[in-house]
Write a protein that binds this ligand. Sequence first.
Ligand SMILES: Cc1cc2nc3c(=O)[nH]c(=O)nc-3n(C[C@H](O)[C@H](O)[C@H](O)COP(=O)(O)OP(=O)(O)OC[C@H]3O[C@@H](n4cnc5c(N)ncnc54)[C@H](O)[C@@H]3O)c2cc1C
Length: 408
Amino acid sequence: MARIAVIGGGAAGMMASIAAAQNGAEVTLFDGNEKLGKKVYITGKGRCNVTNAAKDEEFLNNIVHNGRFMYSSFAAFSNEDLMKMIEDAGVPLKVERGGRVFPVSDKASDITKALERLMHKHKVRIVLRAKVREIILSDDGFDLDFGHETRHFDKVICACGGVSYPTTGSDGSGFKLVEKLGHSVTELKPSLIPVLTKEQWCKDLTGLSLKNVQLTAKMGKKVLYTELGEMLFTHFGISGPLVLSMSCYIVDKDLNKVDIRIDMKPGLTREQLEKRMLRDFEEKQRAQVGTVLDGLLPRSMTPVVASLADVPEDTPVNQVTREMRDRLIDTLKGIPVTAVGFRPVAEAIVTRGGVKVKEVNPSTMESKLCPGLYLAGEMLDVDGFTGGFNLQVAFSTGYCAGMSAAQE
Ligand SMILES: Cc1cc2nc3c(=O)[nH]c(=O)nc-3n(C[C@H](O)[C@H](O)[C@H](O)COP(=O)(O)OP(=O)(O)OC[C@H]3O[C@@H](n4cnc5c(N)ncnc54)[C@H](O)[C@@H]3O)c2cc1C
């Protein structure tokens, strides 16, 4: 019976331990924390968006970075396999808008409890407050160094997470462990992260959230990202669902070349917007431009749009020239925002970068450089969109690692 150590008690590690134990291995899971699933606990604002109900191709399209690497592990353990496993373990699930899957209870802790029940059922030994300092290769396996003792195992599954939200335990120490065994780690960056902007007006509008707008990021003529939805202004720039998603596509780009626009009226074409404006001007002949803009925008955006369009708010509508109207329409259909950076990776929902996927067998998650070592979860250089995709990456790669480590 193979003796397997799993390092990390997050989504990937818990799943790896279950899959390995189910397949006959003697499994011990170590985590530096005092409890399992500390990050799972804060996912989905405490509700845990555990996966997404999207079908195969659509699911893969939501893995923004190194999606191809995920083909085999998604096939081996899909979103449907995960949902069945969790429901069978006593936690009913529901599907919400955009295919997002949550526990019916809306409690992330129920997901961890279900996984813990499965770990107990399959006799996984759980050792907490046990931080691995080094993985040492030996003749017949690996010695794990905990500082005060070493323990021997035949195989090791490393599932130590990325570098975001380090207080949950994912402090990057896992990367050092595997670098010592010869692995390379690509540059670690934030993904799904708020954006810092040059414009002061964004910061002045802190707290304002925009609904039903379209956010577009382009580089030259190439559209990097465009989507309808919600965003908000903060003391450093812009955030909210649209901005987090956009960040996945621009985090690796030269920001000087990225053109970001907010379409405040995505439901109207330029022509329709012009008609609407002319009608408003007609109806409110004595009004000023600001009053008409107030009818089209959240009030605090009016001075911004007027100033960007270079049309003073107090201009009487009957003095608005065609050029002024064109500038107002251009601005409403594409407010420019200049990205100058991102919040730090510690604040990211997910880490971009990690162990090079070329160094890992995508069907087994075994290291190509160090046989007997397996990698899973956010440690790998794979990341996806919000919507449950990142947890599924952790669960699928964890399952694959556990199963293959036990079988081979
Ligand atoms: C605020 C927030 C909300 C999120 N919401 C969602 C969501 O709703 N849906 C979704 O799909 N994704 C979400 N994510 C992303 C998702 O949580 C992660 O991608 C996923 O949890 C990664 O799982 P993991 O097991 O690879 O790593 P982690 O969950 O980070 O687990 C790694 C574990 O390894 C342990 N560890 C690290 N180093 C060592 C060591 N040297 N020795 C021993 N133990 C060690 C850590 O203590 C930790 O418990 C969210 C992320 C954040 C930060």
